[in-house]
Every structure is written in C-alpha cells, then in structure tokens.
Design a protein around this ligand. Structure first.
Ligand code: GLY
Length: 341
C-alpha cells in the first residue's frame, strides 16, 4: 500500500492499494449518513447494498452521467435522504462518476465532504486526483464545475483486472504523460513485461500531487498536465468520442512532441520514444490528414485558447515542460503533416 499526501484547498490522502469495499464501510462508519453514487452496473456487479446510514444512487455509465438531469436526480436523492452538512458523498466508478459525485458534493448545501473510489485507470491517475469536479454543458465538456477536493481517494487496483485492454492502455497514456512532463522513471516502468500498476499509479499520482500543490486552480503551472491535451481534446471531439480520452491524448502527445522538436529542439530520440511507448500499448499515434481543417476549428473553441491564441504545452527535454503560446498557424499545419496517416 502506498499513501500520497495531496496539498490543496484541503489536504487529503490518496491510498494506492486500498480495498474499496472496506473503505466504503469505513467512510460510512465515520458519518451520520452517506450517499454512494455509482453506475448502476457497478452497483449490481459488486453487490453493494444500502444500509441504515448508506444510501445508493445508480447512474448511467460513462460520460452520459455528467449531465444536469443526472445531477438533479442526485440532488433530489440528497434531499430525500436528508443529507446534512456533516454527511458525505462517495463517488465510486470511473472518472465521469467521480467528476459528477465531486460536483454534487461541491454544490449540495454549498459543500459536503466527498470521497473518490476510482475504478478506471484514467480515474485513478487523473480524474479523481486534484479536485476538478463537474459536468458537461450542451456546448462542451467539463464547462460546468468547481475545484473541490475530496477528503480522501482510495485506489483499489484489483479493479484493473476487470478492465478491457483498450481502457487500460487509454489510462496508461496519462501515466506516460506524467513520465514525459516530470518523472522519466515512469518511462522505464511502462516498458516492463509485467506492469507494476501500484508503482506506476503511485508515481503518476505523485507527479499530479506536486503540480496541484503549486497551482490548485490552474492559474498557470497546472497547465503542464495538459501536455498532449490541446490537440487531444480536438481529436476526441472530432472522433465524436469514438476515441477514448487517453487515445486522443496519445496522438496529441506525439503532436506536442513534434511541435517541440520544431520549436524547442526536442531531441529526435525523445520524439521517437513517444511513438514507441504509446505504440507498444496499441495506442494511436497518428490521425487522418483530411481532418486538419476540422481540428483547427475545434482548437479555436478550446478552453485553453486565450485571446484567440491556441496554447500548447511542449517539452524542451524530458521533465522540462515549456508553454508554446503563439505558434504560427503555418507551423501548426506543417507539424500536423508529421502525424498524419
Ligand atoms: N486533467 C488535468 C488536470 O486535472 O488538471
């Protein structure tokens, strides 16, 4: 078991190697009343049952639960069970569930305690860490939300064995991102024949913890976590979400590495290392040439655009992220050619 301390608006621990069902019991014992939010299929498959002070609400699975109607049903449940200020919410599921649960906790009675028990790798290393909570708006992903830290995050790596390889690889893209922006040892560990998930998750969480401690509300430093995400978000949207977030970020990281080679002199072998590590996990590293004009439109609508300028995080070397804020569109187009298929 590994414990990582997160310093943010409130300090809390991430326990890697916890037992999820034991943690649910322990949290329930700590509070007068607890509401557990989880996708209905997870509640069924893990046979989680309500008890005197544990109430449960089932949600749809995936991104469709990050929706105002689902949130409203959570608020109604909070009201029906009389959830008070000293009570708590648990988000048990993938990143979409912990985002929803965190936002429900941030908004109910202007804030109640909440705990995250992520069950997807992407949730364990990214969504559940760092206190970003929220739902999607009609006009875009994660546009409604709040920075609101949980009181604890409990990672039960047993759940990883239940995940399809595609989801594991998509989660590993975020782990590899942490390797490139900060912790080169991760880049060695992901090449092992048998992956040590406890170690990989702990190291990735530590990278995120360090960044969040410096800049909880993303005024600037936290943007390094967006390595690969500028083009990645556009690709995710362009694919109509057929690509997983991590898959789109994988392509986005290769693009960011290529931009870094062009503008920051990032070494050829580091750019190649992106393709090798991501490709070994069957993650995509290229995108159709014909999609560029649509991607440009999407890039201009991104949250990361400031005063009409698209912003990228690049690398001058492993562990040295650099802000690329005013890249000429001709350079963006030229570099895109290098990642097309
Ligand atoms: N997913 C990036 C962040 O939490 O800032």
């Amino acid at each position: 078991m590994k414990i990582i301390e997160i310093v943010a608006d409130r300090n809390y621990r991430v326990v890697v190697g916890a037992n999820a069902l034991d943690e649910i019991k322990a949290i329930t014992a700590l509070h007068r009343r607890v509401l557990l939010i989880a996708p209905s299929n997870l509640i069924k498959s893990f046979k989680i049952k309500e008890s005197k002070n544990l109430s449960i609400i089932g949600t749809p699975s995936g991104e469709s639960q990050k929706n105002i109607r689902v949130l409203e049903s959570v608020w109604r449940k909070c009201s029906a069970i009389g959830l008070e200020r000293s009570d708590a919410i648990i988000g048990f599921g993938g990143g979409a569930t912990t985002d929803l649960a965190g936002f429900a906790a941030a908004t109910w009675l202007r804030g109640v305690d909440w705990y995250a028990i992520p069950t997807s790798l992407a949730g364990m290393v990214d969504a559940a860490i760092g206190g970003k909570t929220g739902i999607n708006a009609q006009s875009g992903k994660n546009l409604i939300g709040s920075f609101y830290s949980p009181s604890g995050v409990f990672i039960d790596i047993k759940y990883l064995s239940k995940l399809p390889n595609r989801d594991l690889s998509a989660g590993l893209a975020e782990v590899i991102k942490c390797g490139f922006i900060s912790d080169y040892k991760i880049l060695n560990l992901v090449q092992d024949d048998v992956l040590d998930f406890e170690k990989l998750i702990s190291r990735a969480v530590k990278v995120k913890a360090n960044v969040v401690a410096k800049d909880f509300k993303e005024s600037r430093i936290r943007e390094v976590l967006n390595y690969g995400h500028t083009l990645g978000h556009a690709i995710e949207k362009d694919s109509k979400y057929k690509l997983r977030h991590g898959e789109a970020v994988s392509i986005g990281m290769v693009y960011a590495a290529e931009l870094s080679r062009e503008l920051l002199g990032l070494a050829d072998e580091i750019v190649e290392l992106h393709r090798v590590l991501l490709g070994n996990l069957n993650l995509p590293t290229s995108y159709p040439k014909s999609r560029w004009s649509s991607l440009v439109d999407l890039l201009l609508k991104d949250k990361k655009v400031k005063q009409g300028k698209v912003r990228f995080i690049g690398l001058s070397k492993i562990g040295k992220p650099v802000w690329l804020e005013d890249v000429p569109s001709s350079t963006l187009t030229k570099v895109y050619e290098r990642i097309t298929k």
